[in-house]
Write a protein that binds this ligand. Structure first.
Ligand code: TYM
Length: 380
């Protein structure tokens, strides 16, 4: 339903909050969405405050932003920003979702920032015909365990469920909604006359946490949103409305997508075989990785002779986005791959071990989170 409207000039590329498909040209997205690239100068500026650069910055996994220089200007003047990110609880969390959350944790640790994490159970209720309210709310709680397992600072982190914390969210959302016309919502999100009116109102719920700290503190507080680029349409609305309500415009830092294990496209729960869920058993995850699409040749002989292509390989991408933190080792892996000195089976096995280790640790923390989950939610 939302696809047609936002198909970007590149016919194969679709990037919306609900659909991401085709070959994604990130430079083109910067142009189309009107954002700024992350430059060397900006990285240097961030490094002055953080001491080191997260691998997702060094490797431009976070590749684009809006107003990040302004956030740093404010920070340098002593005005602290808060972080805002979220999850639409449509089912299980996969490791692609965790990519921006790991980066958000880094920002929280380095800048001592507060974090509001929104769970848009209302969105999933509106958009998924078979989703009941009860199911959406219970998925919020299930997904909250994964968020807590990432290790955010409990003293500085609040989870928001749109349904559970409706009073706070609705009060801000109606201020936003009053300034967004149906034609803007249609143009930005591709809603049609057959979209239910709940989902048409919903963007104002997702905009609400951009201003929640200003409402609580009764003064303007800068907000920085780390998320993949698919969520950008919401921020265009929020930024348009902010000055009309007397708030600062929220700033953003955008990430690329972790691909699925199949050929092309981002990791998505709708294709479970190409997707590693945080609750997958290590054995299941290993099996999925062993079936992954790589840049390998059709025979071992050919690969030994001609090498493989890491630029199209999902296994290499997982190392680059998440699992190999040592830049030199990553370069060496690329060299071994291109020169045919390592075969896809070996690479898959190395990755499978890392993913299994990640899952075991994550699942332990997720289990512990069951006792804590209530205390993380906003109590209003
Ligand atoms: P959702 O649940 O689709 O995605 C949650 C977060 O994960 C990012 N993401 C990915 N990042 C890397 N690789 C992938 N394959 C991948 N798939 C998803 C998304 O960009 C997002 O950051 N409506 C939102 C929930 C939400 C939200 C927010 C997200 C509410 N407020 C503020 C970000 C920031 C949603 O359904 O996200």
């Amino acid at each position: 339903m939302f696809q047609e409207k936002i198909d970007l000039a590149n016919e194969n590329m679709i990037v919306t909050p609900w659909v991401v498909s085709g070959e994604i040209d990130y430079d083109k997205l910067i142009q189309q969405f009107g954002t700024e690239p992350i430059t060397e100068a900006l990285l240097e500026r961030i490094k002055k405050h953080t001491g080191d650069l997260h691998l997702q910055l060094r490797r431009r996994i976070f590749f684009s932003h809006r107003d990040l220089n302004w956030i740093l200007d404010m920070y340098e003047k002593g005005e602290r920003f808060y972080l805002y990110t979220g999850r639409g609880p449509s089912g299980g969390v996969h490791i692609g979702h965790v990519v921006p959350w790991l980066f958000t944790k880094y920002l929280q640790d380095k800048f001592g920032a507060k974090l509001y994490f929104q769970l848009t159970d209302d969105e999933k209720f509106f958009i998924t015909p078979e989703m009941s309210k009860e199911k959406a709310l219970s998925l919020s709680y299930e997904n909250a365990l994964d968020v807590i397992a990432v290790g955010f600072d409990p003293k500085k982190t609040k989870l928001i469920s749109d349904m559970k914390n409706a009073k706070v969210m609705y009060n801000i959302a109606i201020d936003v909604a009053k300034h967004v016309t149906a034609s803007t919502a249609k143009a930005v999100f591709g809603f049609t006359d057959s979209s239910n009116i709940g989902i048409i109102f919903f963007p104002s719920m997702q905009a609400a946490p951009c201003f929640v700290e200003s409402v609580f503190e009764k003064k303007n507080v800068p907000c920085l949103i780390p998320a993949a680029i698919d969520q950008d349409p919401y921020w265009r609305i929020a930024r348009d409305v902010a000055p009309k309500l007397g708030y600062y415009k929220p700033a953003q830092i955008h990430s690329r997508f972790l691909p699925g294990l199949g050929k092309g496209g981002k990791m998505s729960s709708s294709m479970p075989e190409t997707c590693i869920f945080t609750v997958d058993s290590p054995k299941v995850a290993e099996k999925k990785i062993m079936n992954a699409f790589t840049g390998g040749r059709s025979t071992v002989e050919e690969q030994r002779k001609l090498g493989a292509d890491p630029s199209i390989c999902t296994v290499y991408d997982y190392e680059r986005l998440m699992f190999e933190s040592d830049d030199e080792k990553l370069i060496e892996l690329e060299r071994l791959c291109k020169t045919g000195q390592i075969l896809c089976g070996e690479c898959k096995q190395i990755l499978a071990e890392r993913v299994k280790e990640f899952l075991i640790e994550h699942q332990k923390r997720r289990e512990k989170a069951k006792d804590l989950v209530e205390s993380y939610f906003l109590q209003s």
